[in-house]
Design a protein around this ligand. Structure first.
Ligand SMILES: O=C(O)CCC(=O)C(=O)O
Ligand SMILES: [Fe+2]
Length: 315
């Protein structure tokens, strides 16, 4: 296997996982991609084109509204990140003209909130909830495959965290308006804090991952696939075997770009600690046990690019 100092990956050969391949091959390939990059693409994932397209259509409908109507979805702020945000994400290291809508992935929250988001709230909530159910199931499946590939006996040890009905998972729509004059707009570099993030977009490029310090690989858009990011919590739960992937988005297109990201997160009070099998290689836990609530509380006070996990390291 290649070492990270001579990573063989580029835009054209990012790890692609075909979920129709034999299970043991898939689980090994996913683990290899997570160790090497913290990132992979999933094809033949089983989520229908219609489910994905309906969600993108709802996203485009929302961002096409007048500013005052979008604000009815609640202005995201530093004390409450949920709702509609526009340009006001700069304080944590993001940048640009990005607009976004960040929602809890609870079906009842979506149903309630949809009244402020869409003129046809039942259509919005059924499209989004159907999508959330499908991506949650896919995320759980990937987490079980990861546990299998890591030879962890309790194969649902990771997926249980996001299957829990109290899970703090989120869905986020990002809208990058068309640019002119070569102006790049985007979302600044960061790692996602949760376990896994599943990203889909329309056919406009923009997503990039970092493989080494300062080397960015553009990830070509593929509306039929999901891009999967390892988040900070999976780094902790694998005791550093996986690293959360640094990524960003930069668009420069006459067409708007829409991305939809599902962030699979634990319940607020869940204890985050690596299972015993993950401690065997170095013999101790790199991180102290903490709750997801404690981690969230800490990271909202920091810039996105800072090493948020350092605070939780064992001395
Ligand atoms: O919009 C994108 O493609 C990436 C956005 C992202 O990384 C995020 O919302 O966490
Ligand atoms: Fe992200």
């Amino acid at each position: 296997m290649a070492t990270s100092s001579q990573t063989p990956f580029g835009s054209q050969n990012l790890p692609t996982i075909n979920l129709l391949d034999p299970r043991s091959i898939v689980s090994n390939e996913i683990v290899e991609a997570c160790v090497e990059l913290g990132f992979f693409k999933v094809i033949n994932h089983g989520i229908s084109y219609e489910i994905i397209e309906k969600v993108k259509k709802e996203g485009f409908n929302f961002f096409g509204k007048e500013m005052f109507e979008k604000s009815l979805a609640g202005q995201a702020s530093s004390t409450n990140p949920l709702g509609y945000g526009y340009k006001n994400i700069g304080s944590r290291g993001d940048m640009g003209e990005l607009e976004y809508l960040l929602l809890s992935a609870h079906p009842s929250y979506i149903a309630e909130k949809s009244i402020t988001i869409s003129n046809d709230s039942s259509q919005f909530s059924s499209a989004i909830n159907e999508y959330i159910k499908a991506v949650n199931a896919l995320t759980c499946k990937l987490l079980v495959l990861i546990a299998e590939g890591l030879n962890i006996q309790d194969t649902s040890v990771f997926s249980r965290l996001i299957m829990d009905e109290d899970s703090d998972s989120l869905i986020r729509f990002n809208y990058y308006s068309p640019t002119s004059n070569n102006a790049e707009i985007g979302f600044g570099e960061h790692t996602d804090p949760q376990l896994l993030s599943l990203l889909t977009s329309n056919d406009v490029d923009g997503f990039q991952i970092s493989v080494q310090n300062d080397e960015w690989i553009p990830v070509p858009a593929d509306p039929n696939a999901f891009w999967v990011n390892v988040g900070d919590m999976l780094q902790v739960l694998t005791n550093g075997r996986f690293s959360s992937v640094r990524h960003r988005a930069l668009t420069n297109s006459s067409k708007p770009r829409l991305s939809v990201i599902y962030f699979g997160a634990p319940p607020l009070l869940a204890s985050i600690s690596a299972p015993p099998e993950m401690l065997s290689n170095i013999g101790y836990s790199l991180y102290r046990t903490f709750t997801w609530a404690e981690f969230k509380d800490n990271f909202y006070r920091q810039r996105l690019t800072e090493g948020r996990l350092n605070y939780f390291k064992n001395e």
